[in-house]
Design a protein around this ligand. Structure first.
Ligand code: IMP
Length: 504
């Protein structure tokens, strides 16, 4: 049977199905080392920093550390469900800020910080962060750009997110353990084409017609929400306080007053623009350097994460094209670098499978050692050994040029350290580089571990790889060998300077 035709010197060459598939399946005799073609230089024109696990890998510290080498720091996905702490010293005083929405360039006065169209923005929370930054004497608002296409997270969506979680806790559906920041509700409304964009309210303080149009949009959204979600006011899911909030958040006049005020504040610095034009010009016309920080983590991606226990945005490197409007072919033309961030062990917050999770006591011990309590919700994170299978899967999805391995210091003191290198499923199948599609596979899954000798020394003061205890060096080298990803930096403490740069 004829399957394909292709033209060669004006002659049609017919390829039979058999020869086509046999050529596809044929083993290549000489593997091409494509990694040798890639730049290991972190200081590229476009650099993307992505959490390679379930979030909280410590992306903030790296971004904060390299931000001053870049002109624009961007976010392309998520909202204030993300959380990162940035630590700095101002006038000899150590200052730690917990940020959720504001890009990590916050503390570098020369950078522009940009929230792309793929982000979802709860404006009052953003203003709180602006205030935090300005309170330590650093200008924030004048360095912020917001895409007019980014979706707004109204207060009501945050409330609905929380009420839906309460409802799910009663067994109506699978509880996700969301951050209750309205992220899923906002992306759902966007896809349903009834969401509100920043550009919809930006300008209403001095444009009567736009104000009327926005009020109409808002009113119709509130009508839809009341129709769809009033059942959540059932006292089974909804406290008296939540009921009071519902009335407050569905009050159109209150909302209009607030958005008018936000519009006025944002317009002082022309904060809301077409960020897609801005970024493309910045890259192509002006040769500016762009640093992009991913929010959440690869394994929380809606499509490729452990669905349904995921967030509602694309957390992959692919997400920067849609979330910022940068075409893939432009990334091919510039020097583009993807840095993955992986914790030296594994954590997860919220529900969902986690193959290498430790039993309760050891779990809590690791959480306490690592200070594993969420920046956004304060919840204790679930802990376990580093999952190499999940890391390889993450690498396949993102093609990291290099990794930063964070929090290696937390593993000091263990007699042995483990790496989860394979999953053995109930049906006998073993997985080494991909996670199961079906969550039910996790129920009887057995993790194949490699056990390595641990180290006792405090490594937080060490700044060169060769000075690390040999067992710590072997642990890092083993991760490199198993994943095939070059580990360029190793985090040994929370401060900016507590990082080891490893050159080979
Ligand atoms: P949502 O993003 O608030 O809808 O939450 C969905 C899931 O993603 C929950 O399990 C959250 O705990 C998790 N999640 C969302 N953002 C982060 C993050 O930045 N770090 C860790 N977990 C997150």
């Amino acid at each position: 049977m004829l399957l394909l035709s292709k033209f060669s010197k004006n002659k049609i060459i017919k390829i039979s199905q058999k020869s086509f598939f046999s050529s596809v399946n044929r083993q290549f005799s000489k593997p091409w080392d494509y990694t040798s073609k890639r730049s290991h230089y972190p200081n590229s024109q476009v650099t993307l920093v992505l959490g390679s696990q379930w979030g909280d890998e410590g992306k903030g510290k790296l971004v904060d550390q390299i931000a001053n080498e870049y002109d624009v720091i961007c976010r392309f996905n998520g909202g204030n469900n993300a959380g990162h702490s940035v630590v700095t010293t101002i006038n000899g005083k150590k200052i730690k800020l917990g940020l959720h929405l504001f890009p990590c360039g916050a503390l570098h006065e020369k950078t522009v910080n940009l929230l792309g169209n793929g982000t979802v923005i709860h404006i009052p929370s953003l203003f709180e962060e602006v205030k935090l930054i300005e309170d330590i004497g650093i200008d924030a608002l004048s360095r912020l750009l917001i895409s007019s296409h980014a979706q707004i997270v109204p207060d009501l969506f945050q409330l609905i997110d929380g009420l839906e979680e309460n409802e799910k806790s009663l067994g109506v559906a699978k509880k996700i353990g969301t951050t209750r920041k309205g992220i899923g509700v906002t992306y759902a409304m966007e896809k349903d084409r009834i969401g509100l964009r920043v550009g919809d309210f930006y300008g209403i303080h001095n444009d009567v017609i736009q104000k009327m149009q926005f009020e109409e949009q808002l009113s119709s959204l509130m009508r839809i929400c009341k129709g769809r979600f009033s059942y959540l006011l059932d006292p089974k899911f909804c406290s008296k306080e939540d009921r009071r909030k519902w009335d407050e958040y569905t009050d159109i006049k209150r909302a209009m007053d607030r958005y008018t005020k936000y519009s006025k504040i944002l317009s002082k610095h022309n904060t809301v623009i077409n960020t897609m034009d801005y970024l493309n010009d910045a890259i192509k016309k002006f040769g500016k350097k762009i640093l992009i920080e991913g929010a959440n983590g690869v394994l929380l991606d809606t499509e490729y994460g452990t669905y349904p226990y995921v967030t509602s945005s694309c957390t992959l490197s692919a997400g920067i094209c849609t979330g910022l409007g940068i075409p893939p072919r432009l990334l091919k033309k510039v020097d583009f670098n993807v840095i993955g961030v992986a914790k030296a062990y594994q954590t997860r917050v919220g529900e969902g499978p986690m193959a290498t999770e430790l039993p309760k006591e050891e779990n809590t011990e690791m959480a306490l050692k690592g200070g594993e309590f969420g920046v956004t919700t304060g919840r204790q994170r679930r802990c376990g050994w580093l999952d190499i299978v999940a890391l390889k899967y993450s690498h396949q999805l993102n093609e990291f040029d290099q990794l930063i391995l964070t929090k290696l210091d937390i593993l000091s003191g263990y007699d042995t350290v483990k790496l989860g290198v394979g999953y053995r499923l109930k049906n006998g199948q073993t997985l080494h580089k991909t996670i199961p599609i079906d969550n039910s596979n996790y129920d009887d899954l057995e993790v194949i571990y490699e056990t390595l000798p641990g180290w006792k020394e405090d490594i937080s003061g060490i700044r060169s790889f060769e000075d690390l205890p040999i067992n710590a060096q072997n642990y890092v080298r083993r991760i490199e060998k198993l994943t095939g990803i070059f580990i360029r930096w190793i985090g040994v403490g929370p401060d900016r300077e507590e990082t080891i740069e490893k050159l080979h």
